[in-house]
Design a protein. Structure first.
Length: 217
């Protein structure tokens, strides 16, 4: 009887040991499987990230363009255009209520010396006096970028704009503005310098529109 009892107990011990081994093996299999799944996910994610830099777009001529480079180039051109449009507007646009305000905004976009020179031109030609005393309105509207040169700052930009002078009931006078300057990167500040650029140098010339009557020289 004692021997039978010992055999039974031994069988239970063997069964418990077998179950323990099976449990350990199962845990090892589950752990290894989880590790493989995680490793595959990490590898796949790294391939996607690496591939994003290598996505290419085919243009009409069959050439390959890097998507990221195209996006950055378009963004750069858009910001430069925004800088030119704001600079030429605030430096040349005013009426009796906005002279000081627009001069202040222009100073955030163009260096102080060039701003002072532009303001002096309107003062000498009595543009500000006419705006204050007779309600004459000056409005400059950006037209287009002629060229952007330079692979790094300062970027030299040439562009055009149209200056319109409304003198009460008199015929509207228009001038073509030929503008150019050197642009550098500048810390954006809302709402004064939203483009993140600044004219380190700026100049413009006036060309009278032949279709208009007598006006500012």
């Amino acid at each position: 009887m004692s021997n039978d009892k010992e055999k039974i107990l031994k069988n239970f011990d063997d069964l418990a040991a077998a179950k323990k081994k099976s449990s350990v093996a199962l845990k090892l299999i589950i752990g290894f499987s989880a590790f493989v799944v995680v490793a595959v996910l990490i590898f796949s994610f790294s391939l996607v990230i690496a591939g994003m830099d290598k996505i290419k777009v085919v243009d009409r001529s069959g050439g390959y363009l890097k998507t990221d480079l195209v996006r950055k180039e378009k963004l750069f051109q858009s910001l430069i255009q925004n800088q030119c449009a704001n600079a030429v507007y605030y430096a040349n646009s005013f009426d009796r209520l906005t002279i000081k305000e627009n001069q202040a905004k222009a100073m955030f976009l163009i260096n102080a010396d060039d701003c002072s020179r532009l303001f002096a031109t309107y003062k000498d030609n009595k543009g500000y006096t006419d705006a204050l005393n007779r309600g004459v309105i000056y409005t400059a509207v950006f037209e287009k970028i002629e060229s952007i040169s330079g692979t790094e700052e300062p970027y030299h930009v040439v562009f055009s704009a149209i200056l319109t002078i409304q003198d009460n009931d008199r015929p509207i006078t228009r001038f073509k503005l030929k503008c150019e300057g050197d642009i550098i990167e500048y810390t954006p500040q809302f709402p004064e310098t939203t483009s993140g650029y600044y004219f380190k140098k700026y100049s413009q010339s006036y060309e009278k529109s032949e279709s208009d009557g007598n006006g500012q020289n």
